[in-house]
Design a protein around this ligand. Structure first.
Ligand code: OXD
Ligand code: MN
Length: 589
């Protein structure tokens, strides 16, 4: 499939290490995929679901101890510890390679090694990059087929001489939790993942390549790899403006990316188009603006909570050619179910562990991190620009988190530098759903804490440099918070489709159509500029409350930021120190 010596030599080296019985080159053809599906069905690795209700859909269960990304076992192995920085696990690359070699040694004996070339980004796009994953898992091959452009087309994109491909090695090995490692070697373009079979740990194109390795490449090559959705907002005149948004997990990125506007807006002709729901690669275009592509080709979404009200577009995306992982298996009609899908849990069903499940015993049927892997083409609101090799021009970048009190509904950064400060101080409060105390603030700069492949201080410096390059063509930067609560802990803002009302103000600001009010933290809308028609109890007065900036709370916030920044020592850009000083001074005015 390729004559590229860099690829062939590396594969020989890895083969000698993992010693597979058999090797299969994945060309991406339907005939080959069918054969692999049949094989997975025969061994029980996958189960075929109801061909009428869920055509082409498969069900998979992971090992019980292997259900999520393992941040504690994820490493950035740069040669120097300081290049991984204080927020990443680090080990000396030589030490780590030696340790992993013993785990990979003979790991594929008695198994087949699949050689899986894939392209992140549209084929033929100057943004796109190629990876090759060697894996002993059919589940990985079938998921990567949905999530990436996989097969011969990827080798064609790489060409016969290039050495610019990411070398991914994955083996389920013995599935030992204590020997599970997800390791990025950014300076070697290499990812080694062992003893896991769960999505985020083993679909190496996603978090490992498109964020951790790509963020490092992006710094060196002058672009950006970000944990951001990309959406297009079409107005009644048919003009579409694109925005990117970065939120930590459990803050509704997929929901915002696939938003359905409130009726009033729909009637007027507003539409939202999805370009991506998780990752954006951004470059300065020939016109000096920032352009974005989604490097992925599908959605690896959390199933629980997805329903016809919260996100109909996501649910519809999962109705064919989708892989479900760790959800409930409804045995009556051979379909799937999860908490929050509807109010009718199946009576005759297996839970995510494959055990008979009694929906009345209070136990969860689906794992809280159960997933769907759905092709982007299934999404009813997929953007016509999804495959555009040049991407889409970005008008605004939106940061956000889950903050009960501190952050207002929306504010705009004064300029790019201030926006980098806003992103670097991003935080979210833990919810009752997660172990540990509720309401604890966790810093998650640009939502990249688990995904930045190098020192976060250098990452902020890179953001500041990108701002220099973009000059007055830089997207405007905003912060949103859908999660402010009243004294009883209820969310005040309705969220979901109504977030469109805030997006509209954001676009109006970018287009110079809306005014703003200066506050100590940045520009805010005039409350009457957020359209609340049809929202019932939520009035312009409510919006006014949602926009208050409580100086006492913000002074506490400043303390938290100082503590966090202190970790970075002299890697903290001076500009961010001075932004923090400005915020402090503004709060004292
Ligand atoms: C995540 C994901 O964990 O997208 O951020 O799966
Ligand atoms: Mn994500």
């Amino acid at each position: 499939m390729t004559n590229n010596k860099n690829v062939l030599n590396w594969i020989e080296e890895m083969k000698a290490l993992v010693k597979p019985d058999k090797v299969v080159w994945i060309d991406g053809s339907e005939a080959q995929l069918k054969e692999l599906r049949d094989q997975a069905l025969a061994t029980g690795e996958m189960e075929a679901l109801n061909p009428e209700k869920l055509p082409g859909c498969l069900l998979h269960r992971t090992a019980i101890n292997d259900v999520a990304r393992v941040e504690g076992r994820t490493f950035i192995c740069s040669r120097r510890k300081e290049d991984a920085g204080p927020t990443n696990n680090w080990e000396d690359p030589q030490v780590m390679y030696a340790k992993l070699r013993t785990l990979f040694d003979g790991a594929m004996q008695g198994r087949t090694m699949y050689i899986l070339p894939y392209c992140m980004g549209p084929i033929g796009s100057p943004f796109s990059k190629v990876g090759v994953e060697l894996t002993d898992s059919i589940y990985v091959v079938l998921n990567m087929d949905i999530m990436t452009r996989m097969g011969q087309q990827a080798f064609d994109q790489l060409g016969d001489t290039s050495n610019d491909f990411v070398r991914g090695l994955h083996s389920k090995a013995k599935m030992e939790e204590e020997n599970r490692y997800i390791v990025q070697f950014p300076e070697d373009n290499t990812i080694w993942s062992v003893n896991s079979g769960y999505g985020g740990n083993v679909l190496l194109g996603k978090k490992c390549f498109a964020l951790r390795i790509a963020s490092y490449q992006a710094k060196n090559e002058g672009w950006m790899a970000e944990h951001m959705l990309i959406l297009g907002l079409e107005n009644p005149k048919g003009e579409i403006k694109y925005v990117c948004a970065a939120f930590p997990s459990a803050c509704g990125k997929t929901n915002l990316a696939m938003l359905i506007p409130p009726k009033k807006f729909q009637d007027a002709g507003y539409k939202v188009w999805t370009v991506g729901d998780d990752i954006a690669w951004l470059r300065v275009g020939p016109d000096g603006r920032l352009w974005a592509i989604n490097p992925e080709n599908g959605f690896f979404g959390v199933a629980p909570g997805t329903n016809m009200k919260s996100n109909p577009n996501a649910l519809i995306s999962t109705q064919k050619n989708t892989i479900f992982t760790n959800v409930v298996h409804n045995l009556d009609d051979n379909t799937v179910w999860w908490e929050g899908l509807d109010k009718n849990p199946p009576k005759n069903a297996l839970n995510w562990k494959g055990e008979k499940w009694d929906c009345t015993d209070g136990s969860k049927g689906a794992h809280p991190n159960s997933r769907f892997t759905a092709p982007a083409v299934n999404c009813p609101c997929i953007s016509s620009e999804f495959n555009n090799p040049n991407g889409v021009p970005i008008s605004a970048i939106i940061f956000g988190g889950r903050r009960a009190k501190t952050a207002p509904l929306v504010y705009q950064a004064r300029d790019w530098k201030h926006g980098v400060f806003v992103g670097s101080t991003m935080a979210s409060e833990t919810t009752a759903a997660a172990a540990g105390a509720v309401g604890v603030v966790r810093r998650d700069p640009m939502a990249m804490l688990p995904f930045c492949g190098y020192n976060m201080g250098d990452y902020w410096a890179h953001w500041l440099e990108m701002g220099e390059k973009l000059g007055d063509k830089a997207p405007k930067i905003f912060n949103v918070n859908w999660f402010r609560t009243d004294d009883e802990g209820h969310f005040i803002w309705p969220g979901f489709g109504d977030n469109m009302r805030v997006l509209n103000w954001i676009i109006d600001r970018c287009e110079g159509r809306a005014e703003a009010v200066e506050t100590p933290i940045g520009y805010e809308p005039k409350p009457e500029d957020i359209d609340v028609e049809g929202l019932g109890d939520v009035t312009t007065d409510t919006v006014k409350d949602l926009l208050t900036v409580d100086k006492a709370l913000w002074k506490e916030e400043v303390k938290g930021i100082k503590e966090f920044y202190a970790k970075f020592g002299d890697k903290l850009p001076k500009e961010l120190e001075s932004q923090l000083a400005t915020l402090e001074a503004n709060l004292d005015k």
